[in-house]
Design a binder for this molecule. Structure first.
Ligand SMILES: C[S@@+](CC[C@H](N)C(=O)[O-])C[C@H]1O[C@@H](n2cnc3c(N)ncnc32)[C@H](O)[C@@H]1O
Length: 244
């Protein structure tokens, strides 16, 4: 896995905070997380804590973020101090995270797209499993298995897909975030059945794919047709599953 965000942490946070899609992404993850009142949340690959913080605002009792980038976590801590929220953070590769606590809800936004092989995807799903309590759930946002670069590079939503080429059983993508110079990341796109198999083998059940939760207020906030590309050929896909 190769996901070095220390050099581009500020750029990523600026993009994500300004992106019109973020509000839709957060709402979709909140929808999949379900009832949050009094729940403990683990934000895997939390970055600057966008998702964990949203869960706290929605009533979660606690949100703990884990990310391997100390710069991302530093921005997250500053944002939480500024907002006065109680999100906690830890710098760690989540694969090395000790299973000291089982959470009611785990969220993982743009983490599993760093799996460079199906074996790695399986290892990552197993690692996530051990941090969720029995009866708890995980909400995942990842690269859209059906994304097609020929149908649009997503630049209207603030980032740009530069390349998408076959890679093992899936695809390898190069994505650029704005800035001077722009920042590039490499991610991997796997098929629905790859995710379904990896999460089932890890022990999760009831995997459900979720469409983006787009509301009338989103449509009214943008020019007509603005969201069409997101619905037809968006970069992200969402699913949730349960730990029995
Ligand atoms: C695109 S950012 C997403 C951050 C946040 N989830 C969000 O959506 O705003 C991807 C994050 O995954 C983190 N990451 C990738 N692999 C990781 C791993 N094995 N353990 C912990 N963090 C990881 C990176 O450091 C980076 O902050």
């Amino acid at each position: 896995m190769n996901a070095h965000y220390d050099d581009i942490a500020g750029q990523y946070a600026a993009y994500a905070n300004a992106s019109p899609t973020r509000v839709v992404e957060l709402r979709t993850m909140l929808h999949m997380a379900g009832e949050l009142e009094g729940r403990s949340v683990l934000d895997l690959a939390c970055g600057f804590g966008s998702y964990g913080r949203a869960m706290l605002r929605a009533g979660a009792a606690s949100a703990h973020g884990v990310d391997q980038s100390s710069e991302m976590v530093a921005i997250g801590r500053q944002m939480s101090a500024h907002a006065g929220d109680a999100m906690t953070f830890q710098v760690s590769d989540f694969l090395q995270l000790a299973a000291v606590r089982e959470y009611d809800v785990a969220v993982a936004a743009f983490l599993f797209n760093y799996a460079q092989s199906l074996d790695e995807l399986a290892r990552m799903a197993k690692a996530a499993f051990q941090h969720v309590r029995a009866g708890g759930r995980i909400a995942v946002e990842t690269m859209n298995p059906h994304y097609c670069l020929a149908e649009g590079d997503c630049s209207k939503y603030g980032l740009r897909v530069l390349d998408d080429v076959p890679w093992k059983e899936g695809a390898k993508m190069e994505i650029e975030f704005p800035g001077a110079p722009p920042a590039r990341i490499t991610v991997f796109r796997w098929a629905r059945e790859h995710y379904e198999r990896a999460f089932a083998e890890a022990g999760f059940t009831e995997l459900v794919w979720q469409a983006p939760c787009l509301l009338e207020q989103d449509r009214l906030a943008q020019p007509a047709g603005y969201w069409d590309a997101l619905l037809r050929n968006g970069l992200a896909a969402w699913f949730s599953c349960t730990k029995p």
